[in-house]
Design a protein around this ligand. Structure first.
Ligand code: FAD
Ligand code: SF4
Length: 588
């Protein structure tokens, strides 16, 4: 077994979280080794503009996501069932290779609301205990106000585009008036609206709602980020989600962080090398490094003073369990913390057709859309509704890839021959979709653990997901989808189709979101969270676990803005506090 030279910090996984942490820590002078199980990926060589729009390769065959032959997971709806391995990705599209899922993400770059971080205490304060029953609600141990500077830093690194709605408490027309106060606006202006976006904005405004452009990691103009990286303006090419960006316009680790990071002498990356688990010292109190295996099957050990796990939400939890860091959660007693509060997101689509309109959907981008937040989070009065939470409701122009759009046909359209061709030509132009992306709250029975039957190619147990929708999810989604349907009606659409995820039992094959969360959650109480509010293990203080695994509940937004902000906050806590005084950053 090869034993490498000791380093200050080893990082497991080099996606958004890993690269942001590596940047911050190497900038502070620490030696960092990152270990990534996928291969090296670079914009110029892997996604040049002639390769990036290959819809079959990236959008359909999903070459950027983790192959199932490498690893899968098992799932079941409740713990009385036998879990079975997932054979095809839908709900989960894990990142793979340097850049992780941050290479092929869509780019919607949100901040969670102040309520999301304090969901338990704010819900009790506003509605009393009745709405929290049956849900496993807990605060994050950090407030929106504490997170704000780190959101700001991530938005600057990513070159985010958008229209602020609340700067230092002053509400701004055209932005999201419901957002938490921000210290300043976005680094680049909002992207331009497509024709469909204009229609969605006008219609929702006339209905009394507050439309605003999606905050995007698709940058709207040439931009130099604080690390000195230059990004070019988005060309609205439409091949964005599941694709890399050949124009250096979509924020990603490759576009925004890795160029300066790779030049630093105190940074090393080992690619095509998989971490099997962290290894603890004999007394079990701290970790001494990580055990890994190379592509050629050679095992090795990387000693380190600090271990940071940034392997995406699912693998973060699996690595904690495999490393025996923290106590596994038991859904029967509610005791133990690792695996607790696993959760998903609650989404629906309302699709319709606007006769005689030309949407030209080939003009688009991963985060080009207009949203209303009037029914998101706790932005509306839930009294008497019987649920908490809500969803952002947006119309989007993600890009009209010709293969992807083959499913966008009016009900009843023939699927072959000349009628199909005529129908496709018409519906390609006339189809529009309204997407509701909703909150989700955990229950005692939703959790992650190690499967007792199935193992991966290295002989380690697969992760097992136990999850199903709860009543709160169902009631919330019914309410919000009715609002989305109302907007579609107002638009005068015909052939309206509604898809509500919660109408069926949860399964990993037909979901509308890839945003899984929880399992290694943060919190001020070690009885209900394996990590403290700096994402430091309560039990093994030189281990930090960063990603959406830390969220105890899901917001009605995409997660990466919050993942990035938490990563920068953790990295600062490591070099400003932990390194100077190794030990628990917070007493329990
Ligand atoms: C199609 C798609 C669209 C998305 N769109 C959006 C969006 O618009 N907005 C948004 O906010 N979020 C979006 N997301 C989610 C977003 O991509 C993730 O939240 C984000 O990338 C998570 O960053 P991360 O660093 O935690 O994990 P990742 O980016 O997944 O990085 C983790 C890395 O760790 C590596 N790894 C895992 N296990 C090991 C191991 N044992 N040893 C070594 N390496 C390991 C993986 O190969 C990977 O490279 C999208 C996701 C998908 C799939
Ligand atoms: S839509 Fe814009 S950000 Fe997305 S891949 Fe095309 S140019 Fe890049």
């Amino acid at each position: 077994m090869q034993v490498r030279k000791k380093t200050d910090v080893v990082i497991v996984g080099l996606g958004w979280a890993g690269s942001l942490i590596a940047e911050e820590l190497t900038g502070a002078g620490l030696n960092v080794v990152a270990i990534e199980r996928g291969a090296w990926r670079d914009t110029a060589t892997d996604f040049p503009p002639a390769v990036d729009p290959d819809e079959l390769r990236w959008g359909v065959r999903r070459e950027l996501t983790q192959p199932m032959a490498v690893e899968t997971l098992t799932f079941r709806n409740n713990y009385h069932q036998q879990a079975a391995p997932v054979r095809n990705w839908s709900a989960f599209q894990f990142g793979w290779n340097v850049g992780g899922a941050g290479t092929h993400w869509a780019g919607m770059l949100w901040r969670f609301t102040p309520w999301d971080f304090e969901v338990a205490s704010r819900t009790k304060a506003r509605y009393g205990n009745q709405y929290t029953q049956g849900l496993q609600l807990q605060d994050w141990g950090v407030s929106y106000a504490e997170m704000e500077p780190f959101y700001d830093r991530f938005e600057r690194i990513a070159g985010a585009s958008g229209q602020a709605g609340n700067i230092k408490g002053k509400k701004i027309d055209g932005g999201n008036k419901f957002e938490g106060p921000r210290q300043r606006g976005y680094p680049t202006p909002a992207l331009k609206n497509t024709y469909w976006m204009e229609k969605y904005a006008t219609t929702t405004k006339n209905m009394g709602y507050t439309p605003f452009p999606l905050p995007a990691g698709n940058v709207s103009q040439a931009y130099v980020n604080p690390l000195g990286v230059t990004m070019g303006p988005c060309t609205y090419c439409g091949f964005c989600d599941f694709h890399g960006c050949g124009n250096f316009s979509k924020s990603s680790p490759q576009a925004c962080v890795l160029p300066p990071l790779m030049r630093r002498k105190n940074f090393t990356v080992l690619t095509e090398t998989e971490v099997l688990h962290a290894v603890k010292h004999d007394d079990g109190k701290t970790a001494k490094g990580v055990k890994f295996i190379t592509r050629d099957g050679e095992e090795g050990f990387q000693p380190a003073d600090v271990v940071v796990i940034t392997a995406y939400q699912m693998d973060n939890v699996r690595l904690m369990l495999l490393s025996e860091i923290g106590t596994p959660y038991d859904p029967k007693t509610g005791k133990g913390t690792v695996g607790r509060n696993y959760n998903y997101q609650t989404c629906s689509t309302v699709q319709g057709y606007l006769p005689g309109h030309r949407m030209n959907p080939f003009i688009g981008g991963g985060a080009i859309g207009v949203q209303i937040d009037d029914f998101n989070g706790d932005n509306f009065d839930h009294s008497g509704l019987g649920f908490i939470g809500g969803a952002g409701i947006h119309g989007y122009s993600k890009g009209g890839g010709p293969i992807k759009y083959m499913d966008n046909l009016r009900p009843g359209t023939k699927r072959w021959g000349s009628e199909w061709k005529k129908g496709y030509a018409r519906d390609y132009q006339e189809a529009v979709t309204i997407f509701s992306q909703g909150t989700s709250m955990a229950t005692q029975g939703t959790y992650l653990d190690l499967d007792t039957n199935y193992k991966d190619r290295h002989g380690q147990p697969l992760l097992r997901v136990t999850f199903d929708w709860n009543d709160n999810d169902r009631k919330m989604l019914n309410h919000v989808t009715d609002k989305a349907q109302g907007i579609m009606q107002e638009l005068g659409a015909e052939g309206v189709k509604i898809r509500r995820e919660t109408d069926e039992k949860w399964n990993p094959y037909s979901q509308l979101s890839s945003h899984t969360i929880g399992g290694a959650v943060m919190g001020a109480d070690p009885a209900t969270a394996p990590l403290n509010p700096f994402l430091q293990s309560w039990d093994v203080p030189n281990v930090f676990v960063v990603g959406a695994s830390a969220f105890p509940n899901n917001g009605g937004y995409n997660p990466s803005g919050t993942v990035g902000a938490l990563a920068i906050r953790t990295a600062q806590a490591i070099h400003q506090q932990y390194v100077k005084n190794p030990g628990k950053l917070i007493g329990a």
